[in-house]
Design a binder for this molecule. Sequence first.
Ligand SMILES: O=C(O)CCC(=O)C(=O)O
Ligand SMILES: [Fe+2]
Length: 364
Amino acid sequence: MESYQLTTHCSSHSFQSVQELIKKPLPSVPQSYLCLNDDEPFVQNETLCSMKLPIIDMKKLVVEKDSDSELEKLHSACKDWGFFQLVNHGLSPPMLEKLKDDTQDFFNLSMEEKLKYKIRPGDFEGYGVVMRSDNEKLDWGDRLYMITNPVSRRKPYLFPELPSSFRMTLDSYLVELQNIAMTLLGLMSQALKIDKRELVELFEDGMQSMRITYYPPCPQPNQVIGFTAHSDGSGITILNQVNGVHGLQVKKEGIWIPVNVLSDALIVNIGDILEILSNGAYKSVEHRVRVNSDKERISIAMFFSPKFESEIGPLISLTEASNHGLQFKSIGMEKYVNDFFSRKLNGKTNLEPLRIKNEDLPTP
Ligand SMILES: O=C(O)CCC(=O)C(=O)O
Ligand SMILES: [Fe+2]
């Protein structure tokens, strides 16, 4: 008898693995995963359906002299989409190939091995899902979430205990992505016409975390969701669609747009924190993942946020320049993170408690 519990009954101590679930023939998908109607229109609007995420060329922005138009493109991508594909990011193809192999090897470990990383009661880091209620609908995917920076915040039984090849690959990947993230934040400051230091310094030695998600094929793909609709709690997120299988969708003007990730691109998106810092100039955007019936999908999302000691609120130079007034309240980063993980991911609701509403303003 295996030492883990595989059950469809939800409690914070039972363990759910979709990868394990589909090892045996499934007469039908268990109720706890069914959340969509078969006939939900995929995309209803032809014009929007043909809309594509902006593509931003990092080389044009960083190396080439005439980068003004690319910077303008970056600015509109952050304002109008909150999402873009990043090409010419400089990551080496052999490194990305090794990352894919190591990630696949991780999910191919035995369940006993993977359970060493299982989320512990009361925590939000580790392998598995955190259940908040008995009737919560489950996403069709297995996840490993870890805080990786600052190094002092690494849980001793997570990152340091990963198989050595995976850990070493991730270690260099983390650094490379950190450089890309800091460069992008610098460019965004330029696009927002603010002093680069005001934004970038917040993210130096900031909180960096990652979520690796394995989406097995599903016999009823139109009735489950791989990753429920949410915006990211981060400053910015860099997503790597590791094995090239599509499934990501971004909400644009109320419609879900499927993203055809280019084979050599990373996906970058604005998280809730950057929406706060930019006083709403840049917006976090809801996204979700659909699964398919024949191919597994693997993604790695890397989240970049300010340091734990910082206070996050609209940047002073942006609120002074804005004629919309202050859009968000300020909050300490530590509290923000605790609040974020005590709630269920649900659309853009994470930002609501911080949004300044008319009734919060003093009457003139
Ligand atoms: O798997 C994906 O493409 C998206 C994952 C995601 O949105 C997340 O981890 O926050
Ligand atoms: Fe996300």
